[in-house]
Design a protein around this ligand. Structure first.
Ligand code: Q46
Ligand code: ZN
Ligand code: ZN
Length: 340
């Protein structure tokens, strides 16, 4: 397979786009596509400070890398969940994140990092030059056990949430910490590395149960609906997982391959397997499912279910919450005064 642009050997063939590219042109195409998505959904501008949620995995580290190369002021947030059994997952993923920051891979040099209208990267991106001169990203680390006294598996066991899986406690804690830090540190936007496979699996799950409220809120951009909340964006929502993995590989980004041990056997992974079978039979099916959903959503198919709820300030931490009193986070963690 040859690169469509230069005829050298291709590193990836994207059947749904009928496009094969070599490493150099793939990295360029990937940055151009990311920029297009950011602009199409009006996610953020170069004047804003962006907080990228990083986990040490391929998606979040690739996202941080590409945003820096595109000239965005992107800092990182790593949340230590204290998941270190049976594998030292949290320790290893923090180490990968530090390694990325210490490496020079993200250090692009240029005073110009624009992507041209046809989606091609500027010569600056091609040459990997500094996107923002002298910009050094900050990594914020919030260690949950050190801050709140217990690891995620411990609090989950104690509160008996999530039928033996710590994911419910984990999701609630991560959402809270991200939002709180973004707000306290003055970030207007929080970017996550969710890829197309993630988004389609969630869409499939919500469709199977016709959870219309969830469908109404599933979007590449979720505006800050309330003071104290941050705009949430997913610039990789149109990339297949293999595309973000290929980007990390070509860019030489080291990342943690292991999934969180609690992800094994969960429903999301089962749905991903089903959807992969569909994709094999019909290349592009996942992308079409997602884009057609966004079209229907954009045409108002779920407007009825998009009610904006009245939020109250949590009496402990001040974060917005649906019911008066303590928010779900402060209740779960038995917080009686502001910590962190
Ligand atoms: S980290 Fe947390 Fe995931 Fe692990 S405990 Fe579950 S939710 S699986 S993305
Ligand atoms: Zn090429
Ligand atoms: Zn609270």
């Amino acid at each position: 397979m040859k690169c469509r642009k230069c005829g050298t050997s291709a590193v990836i063939n994207m059947r749904q786009h009928k496009l094969a590219l070599c490493g150099e042109h793939y990295v360029e195409w990937f940055a151009g596509q990311t920029e297009r998505v950011i602009e199409k959904y009006k996610m953020f501008s170069r004047d804003e400070r962006i907080l990228v949620a990083v986990s040490g995995g391929k998606d979040s580290l690739s996202l941080w890398d590409v945003l820096l190369r595109l000239g965005y002021q992107a800092d990182g947030l790593y949340i230590g969940l204290g998941i270190n059994a049976p594998l030292p997952y949290s320790d290893a993923s923090l180490e990968m994140t530090h390694k990325f920051l210490a490496s020079d891979v993200w250090r692009v040099a240029s005073d110009e990092s624009r992507v041209t209208d046809d989606g091609d990267a500027s010569p600056a991106i091609r040459n990997s030059q500094f996107a923002i001169p002298n910009f050094t990203p900050t990594l914020h680390v919030v260690d949950v056990p050190a801050t709140y006294g217990k690891s995620i598996p411990e609090i989950s066991r104690e509160k008996m949430r999530g039928q033996g899986r710590p994911c419910a406690a984990c999701g609630l804690t991560k959402r809270y910490v991200m939002n709180r830090l973004a707000h306290d540190q003055g970030y207007t936007v929080l970017a996550t590395g969710h890829n197309l496979d993630d988004e389609v699996a969630v869409l499939f799950q919500n469709t199977l149960r016709w959870q219309l409220g969830y469908l109404a809120r599933q979007a590449p951009i979720l505006p800050a609906s309330h003071e104290g909340l941050t705009r949430k964006v997913k610039p990789f929502c149109r990339f297949y997982e293999r595309e973000t993995a290929a980007y990390a590989l070509v860019r030489g980004i080291e990342y943690i391959y292991d999934e969180c041990p609690h992800a094994t056997g969960n429903q999301m992974n089962f749905h991903k397997t089903l959807l992969n079978q569909l994709e094999t039979e019909s290349p592009g099916a996942k992308l079409a499912f997602y884009l057609e959903f966004l079209r229907a959503r954009g045409e108002g198919a779920f407007t009825l279910y998009n009610a904006t709820e009245t939020l109250h300030a949590c009496e402990i931490c001040g974060q917005p919450t649906s019911a008066p009193g303590r928010c779900a986070f402060c209740r779960m963690w038995d917080v009686s005064r502001v910590v962190g």
